[in-house]
Design a protein around this ligand. Structure first.
Ligand code: COI
Length: 355
């Protein structure tokens, strides 16, 4: 159990007005959680302080070798003002899976959840309530040793910032176009693909720019060895409905084990769908699209929630899905997942955590 010192801001900021359009990740709340790690001492000095810049040596290791990790979570406000988190234990566990890969010291899972809960509680008035909005939570850890050698740092900062946000895609729930990348790759088995670390996203930027230039909003990655099997999208996992079955790439070490991915699989099974977690080749996908078997495509992610995909491009092939409209199952999944998150629907899985 952390002993968290609380220093409240003397200059509260203006909150976004109800009904005003909220973009994703541009505005930050009044406070943040901070905790230090020092070798020999462990994690210490847990505190919630006014949101502020941090000062680091330009030699801090995170700037040079990218030893860092991050998580993405959300807080929601229910109809009677209750504050909910969604499966925070999954993020706590994934944090330590990432930490293991990046040689970052573990944070006890209960301390992680306590830190998130406390800072959200302090800034709960910032949780937006308009349809499709939430308080995005960004926990992250950075290596802070002042040292230019390549080695695990001996000191770290764990910080949690909060951002009242709208939909991740500017288009909201309108289906997005996705570019299947056949030149660059994101990750390979044995690398960091399963970990939530900035390097994976830095590696994705060049293809994202290429996709944007081609008029697409995201990149769908193929495996790093054969460039044949579907892996994940830049900011989400990917699902297909093929001849009535729900199909998604199996977790293979280079794919992020998404919390929303896991939840969507559980909900689909609960509804009686056959769900296949397996290798999906791009050739199978193109063939399914050509012969009309590819019924729906959607992405899942904390930020992206359940996002319909209306168009896929692979080399010279452009595949339109569902006439560019949101699919029936995709819409149902969006309604179910957000309904559970917002406290509007029953939570048969016990995923919702009320603060
Ligand atoms: C999330 O969905 O929370 C993520 O961390 C993805 C990020 C690229 C926005």
């Amino acid at each position: 159990m952390l002993d968290i010192r609380l220093e409240l801001t003397k200059e509260p900021k203006e909150k976004p007005a109800k009904g005003a359009p909220l973009k994703f990740g541009h505005i930050f709340t009044d406070h943040m959680f901070v905790m230090n790690y020092t070798e020999g001492k462990g994690w210490h000095d847990a505190r919630i302080v006014p949101f502020q810049n941090i000062s680091l040596s330009p030699a801090a290791m995170v700037y040079h070798y990218g030893q860092e990790m991050f998580e993405g979570m959300k807080a929601y406000k229910g109809a009677n003002g209750e504050v909910f988190l969604f499966r925070p234990d999954m993020n706590a566990k994934r944090t330590n899976d990432t930490n293991t890969r990046l040689c970052i010291p573990h944070i006890p899972e209960e301390d992680f959840v306590q830190a998130v809960s406390e800072v959200v509680r302090v800034d709960q008035d910032w949780i937006p309530t308009d349809e499709g909005t939430s308080l995005y939570i960004r926990p992250f850890i950075i290596a802070t040793d002042e040292f230019l050698g390549v080695a695990p740092s001996k000191t770290y900062l764990f910080i949690i910032i909060l951002s009242p946000s709208g939909a991740y895609y500017a288009s909201g729930l309108a289906p997005v176009g996705i570019w299947i990348e056949d030149e660059y790759v994101r990750a390979v088995k044995g690398g960091m693909g399963f970990a939530k670390t900035g390097g994976n996203y830095a590696a994705s930027l060049i293809a994202q720019v290429k996709a944007h230039d081609g008029g697409y909003s995201q990149v769908l990655w193929l495996d790093g060895v054969e460039r044949k099997y579907i892996e994940e999208v830049g900011a989400m996992n990917i699902f297909f409905k093929i001849k009535g079955k729900v199909v998604t790439p199996a977790l293979n070490g280079s794919i992020l084990p998404g919390v929303t991915r896991n939840s969507v699989i559980a909900v689909c099974k609960h509804w009686g769908y056959e769900v296949e977690e397996r290798k999906v080749s791009v050739d199978e996908l193109v063939a399914a699209a050509q012969n009309g078997d590819l019924e729906e495509v959607w992405g899942t992610g904390t930020a992206a929630v359940v996002s319909p995909v209306g168009k896929l491009r692979y080399k010279d092939e452009v595949m339109m899905i569902g006439g560019g409209n949101i699919g029936e199952l995709t819409q149902k999944l969006y309604d179910e997942i957000t309904g559970i998150q917002w406290g509007k629907k029953d939570d048969p899985f016990g995923w919702r955590v009320q603060l």
